[in-house]
Design a protein around this ligand. Structure first.
Ligand code: ADP
Ligand code: MG
Length: 649
């Protein structure tokens, strides 16, 4: 067969360009990446052989071999894993497979886009910032393509397990690669690096040994160095790291393993290494990342913990192992009891797996509780990253609701930093019967909202919630320890009942009476507003909460929260759910309202100015909510009429 030529996917070329020109100080990570791929290939075959034992016939001892040829200046990484077919080869080593690499490329694109913007602004071209790019590679790793950091040509000779034919993939990393016929005595893959002149250090056995010990010691199969002078040597510990006693594992070793299993390159924020023995027995080595993984809010909400059964890798896509609200967890679970040779799909419904899952969830939440108590600042950093995901558990897993409520943290109108519900309740005013909260898109918009005026004036704390999930869990949870959650954007906030806003009891009572009187006084205006607005609103009533704005919109008691209704509406096809009309609250103490009321009282109920004022104030309230004005033409007409009448006075 003649040689075939292929071009790399555009992203790969871009990536290769960065990699090839790198002055990166940690080029040595290329070896970690290639060893990691070799180890993955062995895992893959070991799993396939559970159902097709023929695939590993004759050679069941998986291993990775490193060999150097000083004369030819080559370093070769070989494995007896799954190998690749012709099609896999052209597909996989020409595109970007690894999610971490994908994230790296996305970051690069985002940076390129913002760089363009910058240069458009300043009129100067922005210098390519190689240093930054490289620190990104350090963060993400770039998988197979990192070989081009040290090699000017890379050859891959591979033969897929179960096939007779072998292939040679070859590239100088400049946009194209070729595939040729090749010979290989048995299944597996050799990655042959033709090192550039400046990278000869990677031909030195001692240098190789140091790198392997540092970055790849956790690989559970032997990594053997073929050293002409000293013969073959195994460089790594070559046992699964989670089977070793905790005291023998250093923080660095845990980190390397975390980086390997998660394809992430940050430090683990928390490491959970335990063995459980009992009805079900398993070992878990789990990590919580320090940074948000880039696919945290991907709609499939997949957890990414790997399942092993008695040291054999089974799957990294096991739905029943980790609930979606813990999908930020990374690492492995190794079960002693699950059957080895059942299909991946059948695992989902296995009762033992259910036990493991609930045991893990309890342990993780327990550790989080400890962190929250002992190191609240560190916990706050965790919460900023993953709180929005963890809260999904509040409605998805009632059995852990209490723990999750205790773990939840919030911003609030009266506190700097984060607060817990327990702390909020301990600060509640005398007579306050509910936990007040508000949900919205940003803290700034909520803080400026008219809804909070009365709460601010009376010093009543309101929790500010910005995660979309808040609109779901609050209604489904309902209360914390018997204290009900109440939206500050709802009618009947009962602020008057809360004492302590005035100096003493008498003053409180006086203030309440004065308010009732003011509310009664604007009854004529309220009545005319109701007629004018008709179905546009659910009701018009006097407000207890407003101090400086004339009006605001609140959700009627028992109605769906406005933000939730909006979200549901956006998710439905046009013509779906209509918006629920809201209640217009009017501030009896506001001078504009007082003046309008005077006019309403004196008039005959058919005053067009009152009618226009009602609509304009409703539009104003909508604008304050960040909503568009419903009928822009009518709004302009009314505003003009109002200005004209003002000029006539
Ligand atoms: P990742 O390992 O995250 O998938 P890489 O860029 O490191 O990304 O590797 C790309 C793909 O190339 C792998 O997913 C695998 O399919 C294939 N591959 C690389 N090295 C080997 C190997 N030694 N044996 C078999 N397949 C390999
Ligand atoms: Mg890889």
């Amino acid at each position: 067969m003649a040689q075939e030529k292929f071009t790399f996917q555009a992203e790969v070329s871009k990536l290769l360009d960065i990699v090839a020109h790198s002055l990166y100080s940690q080029k040595e990570i290329f070896l970690r990446e290639l060893i990691s791929n070799a180890s993955d290939a062995c895992d893959k075959l070991r799993y396939a052989a559970l159902t097709k034992p023929k695939l590993i016939e004759g050679d069941g001892d998986f291993r990775i071999t490193l060999s150097v040829d000083k004369k030819a200046r080559t370093l070769t990484v070989s494995d007896n894993g799954a190998g690749m077919s012709h099609d896999e080869l052209s597909e996989v080593l020409g595109t970007i497979a690894l999610s971490g690499t994908q994230a790296f490329v996305e970051q690069m694109n985002a940076k390129a886009a913002s760089g363009k913007k910058d240069s458009a602004k300043t009129g100067k071209a922005k210098k390519a910032d190689k240093g930054d790019d490289m620190s990104l590679i350090g963060q993400f790793g770039v998988g197979f393509y990192s070989a081009f950091m040290v090699a000017d040509t890379v050859d891959v000779v591979t033969r897929k397990a179960g096939e007779d034919k072998a292939w040679l993939w070859s590239s100088d990393g400049r946009g194209e690669f070729t595939i040729d016929d090749a010979e290989r005595a048995a299944r597996g893959t050799d990655v042959i690096l033709h090192l550039t002149k400046t990278e000869e250090e990677y031909l030195e056995p001692l240098r190789i040994e140091t790198i392997v010990k540092q970055h790849s010691d956790h690989i559970p199969i032997p990594i053997i160095l073929k050293d002409g002078e000293d013969g073959d040597r195994t460089l790594n510990t070559a046992s699964a790291i989670w089977t070793r006693p905790k005291k023998d594992i250093s923080a660095d070793q845990y980190k390397e393993f975390y980086n390997h299993v998660s394809h992430a390159f940050d430090e683990p924020w928390l490491t959970l290494h335990n063995s459980v023995e009992g009805v079900v027995s398993y070992t878990n080595l789990l990590f919580i990342p320090s940074n948000q993984p880039h696919d945290l809010f991907h709609p499939d909400r997949k957890a990414q913990v790997k399942l092993y059964v008695r040291r054999v890798f089974i799957t990294d896509d096991c739905e029943g192992l980790m609930p979606p609200y813990l999908r930020f967890m990374r690492g492995i679970v190794d079960s002693e009891d699950l059957p080895l040779n059942i299909s991946r799909e059948m695992f989902q419904h296995n009762p033992q797996l259910g036990k493991i899952r609930s045991g893990l969830a309890k342990r993780i939440l327990g550790e989080l509780t400890k962190k929250a108590e002992k190191t609240p600042d560190e916990y706050a950093a965790f919460w900023e990253n993953f709180g929005g995901v963890l809260k999904e558990g509040l409605y998805e897993e009632p059995e852990n609701r209490e723990r999750l409520l205790a773990l939840a943290r919030f911003r609030s109108t009266t506190q700097d930093g984060l607060t817990s519900l327990e702390e909020y309740v301990s600060r509640m005013k005398k007579g306050q019967e509910a936990i007040f909260y508000m949900s919205g898109d940003s803290i700034e918009a909520m803080t400026a909202s008219p809804h909070l005026e009365g709460f601010k004036a009376s010093g009543v704390e309101v929790l500010l919630m910005t995660d979309p999930v808040d609109d779901f869990w609050v209604p489904s949870v309902g209360d914390f320890d018997g204290t009900e959650f109440k939206s500050a954007a709802r009618a009947g906030a009962d602020l008057d009942k809360i004492k302590g806003s005035g100096k003493d009891k008498d003053e409180d009572e006086k203030a309440t009476k004065a308010k009732d009187k003011a509310a009664g006084a604007i009854a004529p205006l309220l009545a005319q507003f109701k007629v004018a607005l008709g179905d546009e609103v659910k009701d018009v009533c006097a407000s207890e909460r407003l101090t400086s704005s004339p009006v605001c919109l609140v959700t009627g008691e028992g109605d769906m929260d406005a933000r939730l209704a909006k979200m549901l509406q956006q998710n439905r096809a046009a013509g779906g759910l209509g918006m629920v009309p809201q209640v217009l609250e009017v501030n009896p103490g506001h001078s504009l309202i007082k003046a309008l009321n005077k006019r309403a009282k004196a008039g005959d109920g058919k005053d067009s100015l009152i009618n226009d004022a009602a609509h304009l104030l409703l539009d104003q309230a909508r604008i304050a909510e960040g909503e568009p004005v419903k009928d822009a033409q009518a709004f302009s007409r009314r505003l003009s009429a109002m200005m004209e009448s003002g000029l006539k006075v």
